[in-house]
Design a protein around this ligand. Structure first.
Ligand SMILES: [Zn+2]
Length: 210
């Protein structure tokens, strides 16, 4: 049975059932897991249970995109964009903030990031203007950048996005080196599912994109 839109769904009367329904909406959580978590919350102290509720509230209230790279931050600029020790001439382009986390875990990248907030997908109606591509081109025109590492996902759409970006970047900025992560990442998934070591290898083996 598919999950219906929130508006159409009759509201269950009791709070316990409502909690189960909310948990069931989370990725990877079925009815049984949702019930198990709901019983856990019920058994927890008020303080513990409220800490979860407050963490959920704060993440929605406080996080917003970094003014430079688009990663999520609580300040105007994220910690990586603000860190003078990061190489300012290398930008790694990823699809989602979770991939910044994954690459940071590998410890193999010392430049800065640019988050597209998705990948091109004509079937799903995602066009270049729906992504943070204009912001990337503007940023690169600033002149400081020497290399752009395209770390879009190893999927058909991720590859198409990388090819599109390569073309656009070469057009406007012929002096910049554009590289793509080496193969070896699990195909068809996104970077955040890869092991830190695998991401490190893919970064080291990156090749110039033509
Ligand atoms: Zn940033």
């Amino acid at each position: 049975m598919g999950k219906r839109a929130r508006e159409e769904e009759p509201q269950p009367a009791d709070s316990f059932e409502r909690l189960i329904r909310e948990l069931e909406r989370l990725p990877g959580i079925g009815r049984r897991s949702a019930e198990r978590i709901a019983y856990h919350v019920l058994a927890a102290s008020t303080e513990e249970a409220m800490a979860l509720a407050v963490a959920v509230r704060d993440v929605k209230r406080n996080l917003h995109p970094c003014a430079v790279c688009g990663d999520l931050t609580e300040k105007e600029r994220c910690a990586i964009c603000d860190d003078p020790r990061r190489e300012a001439d290398t930008i790694c382009v990823v699809e989602w903030p979770r991939e910044v986390r994954a690459i940071e875990k590998s410890g193999a990248f010392h430049g800065r990031y640019h988050v597209l907030m998705g990948r091109l997908s004509p079937l799903a109606g995602v066009e270049p203007e729906d992504l943070r591509i204009g912001a990337l081109l503007e940023r690169v025109k600033g002149g400081e950048i020497r290399e752009i590492v395209l770390a879009t996902s190893p999927t058909v759409e991720g590859d198409a996005t990388a090819a599109y970006l390569t073309r656009r970047l070469h057009e406007g900025l012929p002096g910049i080196t554009i590289t793509r992560l080496a193969r070896g990442l699990p195909a068809g998934s996104d970077l955040s599912f890869a092991q830190a070591g695998t991401i490190g290898e893919a970064l080291k083996g990156r090749k110039e994109a033509k």
